[in-house]
Design a binder for this molecule. Sequence first.
Ligand code: MF3
Ligand code: CO
Length: 251
Amino acid sequence: MPISIKSGREIELMTEAGRILEIVHDELAKALHPGMSTKDIDVLGEEVIRSYGCIPSFLDYNGYPASICVSANEEVVHGIPDKHRILKEGDIVSLDAGVIYKGYHSDAARTHGIGEISREAAKLAEVTRESFFEGIKYAKEGNYLFEISAAIGRYAESFGYGVVRDLCGHGIGTNLHEAPEIPNYEMNRKGVKLKAGMTLAIEPMINAGTWEVDWLDDDWTVVTRDGALSAHYENTVLITDDEPKLLTLSK
Ligand code: MF3
Ligand code: CO
């Protein structure tokens, strides 16, 4: 599949999809507290998404059974919300959400601490977020895609962290996952040349220990092989001929 270049009208719709998703994340962040279940997060997230007339992108996507991916501690991504899984003080939790607004998707993830968290956990979440911003320094027309990948990986690895290799970011638009694939580590080639109007979901997944991951028997939940903590940070990004626009982050 070629990489789609969005028209002005499509960019308007994706901007609105992103704006709404940012609100969803803000509401979820406010609601987080020890004692809540991961299912509570999903219920609230779906409610907020639908209150804006949107559809949760992830619900039923390849059979995924929820609206919000909730991945705690050693879970990397795609954790399935569960009413018996109760969050406690000191946990970190990665929330990944997507909405469809008038046929256009947005996709974003944040890692939060529940109450007080360890210094190690806070550092991992911070560096994961920062690695995204290192990457998007290269997210500009005329640059090459894998310059973004290399910058993310180089930064995270400089802290001794493991960069997940089995999962990547992706193009996004009328489909949740479009070309191109966006690795979070250095490639031995440049990748495609970036053009204004491309929309990319850039999403570093960074482990405190080894980069290696496993899938649980539910066939969704990705966990670190060594049981160390993992963090995830993602925004939907519009490439322009100037600075990139973060469609899911206005602040
Ligand atoms: N941000 C995740 C991704 O791009 C969300 C997909 S979750 C799924 O892979 F359940 F929809 F698959
Ligand atoms: Co994504």
